[in-house]
Design a protein around this ligand. Structure first.
Ligand code: SF4
Length: 112
C-alpha cells in the first residue's frame, strides 16, 4: 500500500515538474528573446518582489533554494538553459540579472 502511495507521489511530482517546464517554455516566445541582443553591460539585479520571480520561488542563493519544495541539489542559474553568462541575465527576466548561484522553479537543463 505504501508502495502505491509512493508511486502516486512520484507520478504527481513528475507531472508537476512537467507542467512547470511547459509553463516556462510557453513564456519564452512572449519575451521576444531573439530580437534582444546580449548586452555585455551589467544589468540591475532581479528584485525578490518581482511577481514572476516570487511565483517561481526565485532564490538568490543555493541556501535559500534548498528550503523550497522541488529544489534539487546542483541546479542553479549558471547551469540553466535560460541563463546568459555574458551578463548574468535570464530569458524569463529581460533587463534583469540573476545570481549565478540562484535558482527558480523554471530551471531548465542545458542541452547535452
Ligand atoms: S533557474 Fe533558470 S529560469 Fe530560473 S532564474 Fe535562474 S536562470 Fe532564470
Amino acid at each position: 500500500m505504501s508502495d502505491q502511495s509512493s508511486g502516486s507521489e512520484k507520478r504527481g511530482s513528475t507531472r508537476r515538474r512537467f507542467l512547470q517546464l511547459a509553463a516556462a517554455s510557453a513564456l519564452i516566445p512572449l519575451l521576444n528573446i531573439h530580437s534582444r541582443p546580449a548586452h555585455a553591460e551589467s544589468l540591475p539585479p532581479l528584485n525578490d518582489t518581482n511577481p514572476t520571480a516570487a511565483g517561481l520561488f526565485y532564490r538568490k542563493s543555493q541556501e535559500g533554494a534548498k528550503a523550497v519544495d522541488g529544489y534539487q541539489e546542483g541546479r542553479k542559474c549558471d547551469n540553466c538553459s535560460l541563463y546568459t553568462a555574458s551578463n548574468s541575465g535570464c530569458m524569463l527576466f529581460p533587463g534583469k540579472s540573476v545570481e549565478p548561484a540562484g535558482w527558480c522553479k523554471a530551471w531548465v537543463p542545458k542541452p547535452s
